[in-house]
Design a protein around this ligand. Structure first.
Ligand SMILES: Cc1ncc(COP(=O)(O)O)c(C=O)c1O
Length: 446
């Protein structure tokens, strides 16, 4: 009998996170302090991050032990299943084997919980009482709210305004776990007020919400900031995904030909692929593909430059593919992919041609999501559906390959977006070249 899912026991949850950075043959360009224009020192981060996470951000250790307390909480849902999409394969009439790592099995419905638990743990350990963050579609905000609830900490989430209205039930999730949720841009911070002065109807972006959260953390006692993607320590926590996949593929007797994931800030992509990068360096036939929206095409259309991580220029400068920190993407329903930049580590892998990137428009992505929902049964988050679109295209072009993609989250709280798609009310957004060019003019000078 052929298996539909490859499962691991709880003892197989990784003992350590995997840090690719010391294994690279090139040096990752360091983050820069915008004031001194010098590489960031650990002290520069102490106002908003705990020491444990700062160490991980700059670590040169290849393996970093996962604390027992964090592993114990991971046991609520990890290891996640690796599923074989046999019904999708049949529908596509392909002999290509399609596997997906089901991160939607976490209590909050996405991969974000892997890092939320770790971040809350290190903050709690250092006596921090309150965490603040931004969220796009609400998956990250929900994950951090869940983690704060577990560790009895207060939490405020700045939720991008367009998603606040598109996805009201993610807001409910965050409130159930005890968080305060604020539509961003808000009147609560100088950053938010500044944006609203220029555009009172601004729909918000991840870049703006990050500015508000960073400002809140810097100004309030006992408060730290948490980021759901982009930074090295976030991608590090997500490597549990790829480490488990390696074991599961071995059990299935498979070696991947393609690894595929959607990219917002780069954390679910990094989580799946970073443990495979050394394999890719030995085997050029392995292809690693990042999928992004045409409405926010940082890897496919952005520049590889130093830029701020947020709109109001409060963060350190990161060397990354960016569309400019002032770029406000169209209000597509994959709210978690509306970020102007991309993780410096993922960006460097792209710059060095170790990974590839493609972009798809919203309607084709929702169409692919329907195919998946109608064959496999699970409704993907609109972000995840970007990976699925790429998988379907590759499976149609290739026979007898092994494809693995990251099913980063379910879309059960994105049904309003599906309703709009089914009623023909969604539209495509092409990449607005003139706006991107304008935003790129404001890149900081180094
Ligand atoms: C389900 C899902 N997938 C992917 C992403 C993109 O984020 P990242 O690139 O950090 O994985 C998000 C972000 O909110 C998300 O909610």
């Amino acid at each position: 009998m052929e298996d539909f899912k490859i499962l691991l026991g709880e003892k197989e949850i990784p003992q350590s996170w995997y840090n690719l950075i010391p294994e690279l043959s090139f040096r990752l360009p360091p983050p820069i302090n915008p004031g001194t224009k010098k590489p960031l020192a650990k002290n520069d981060l102490r106002a908003i991050f705990p020491g444990g996470l700062i160490e991980q951000e700059m670590s040169s250790a290849k393996w970093i032990a996962i604390p027992t307390e964090v592993r114990d909480i991971y046991r609520l849902w990890r290891p996640t299943p690796l599923r074989r999409a046999r019904r999708l394969e049949k529908y596509l009439k392909t002999r290509t084997r399609i596997y997906y790592k089901d991160e939607s099995a976490s209590p909050t419905g996405s991969h974000k919980t892997n890092t939320a638990i770790a971040q809350a743990y290190y903050n709690k350990k250092e006596g921090v009482k309150r965490l603040v963050t931004e969220t796009g579609a609400g998956q990250w905000g929900a994950a951090l709210s869940f983690a704060c609830n577990i560790f009895s900490m207060k939490c405020r989430v700045y939720m991008v305004r367009v998603s606040f209205h598109q996805k009201p039930f993610r807001k409910s999730l965050m409130q159930i776990w005890g968080s305060e949720v604020v539509a961003s841009p808000s009147g609560l911070t100088a950053s938010g007020r500044d944006v609203l002065k220029k555009d009172p109807n601004c729909q918000g972006s991840l870049g703006i919400a990050i500015s508000e959260a960073v400002e809140d953390a810097a100004k309030n006692k006992h408060t730290h900031y948490c980021l759901g993607s982009v930074l090295n320590h976030v991608l590090l926590h997500q490597t549990v995904i790829g480490l488990e996949v390696k074991k599961q593929l071995k059990l299935a007797g498979e070696k991947p030909d393609y690894l595929i994931a959607c990219v917002g800030g780069g954390s679910n992509f990094g989580g799946l692929v970073l443990p495979f990068v050394k394999d890719k360096l030995k085997n050029k036939n392995l292809r690693i593909i990042a999928v992004e929206p045409t409405a926010c095409p940082s890897l496919t259309r952005g520049l590889y430059e130093y830029d701020f991580g947020d709109t109001e220029a409060l963060t350190p400068l990161l060397k990354m593919f960016t569309l400019g920190h002032n770029f406000i993407p169209a209000g597509i329903h994959a709210g978690g992919l509306r970020y102007h930049g991309c993780s410096p580590l993922v960006s460097a892998l792209h710059k060095h041609n170790i990974i590839e990137a493609v972009a798809y428009p919203q309607l084709a992505v929702f169409q692919a999501a329907l195919v998946f929902a109608r064959t496999e049964g699970i409704i993907p988050a609109p972000e995840t559906a970007h990976a699925i679109k790429s998988v379907i295209d590759i499976a149609r072009r290739n026979q007898s390959k092994c494809l693995v993609f990251n099913f980063s989250g379910h879309g059960l709280l994105d049904l309003a977006s599906y309703d709009k798609f089914l009623q023909g009310q969604l539209k495509n957004y092409a990449h607005p070249l003139h706006e991107i060019k304008r935003a790129l003019k404001d890149l900081p000078k180094i």
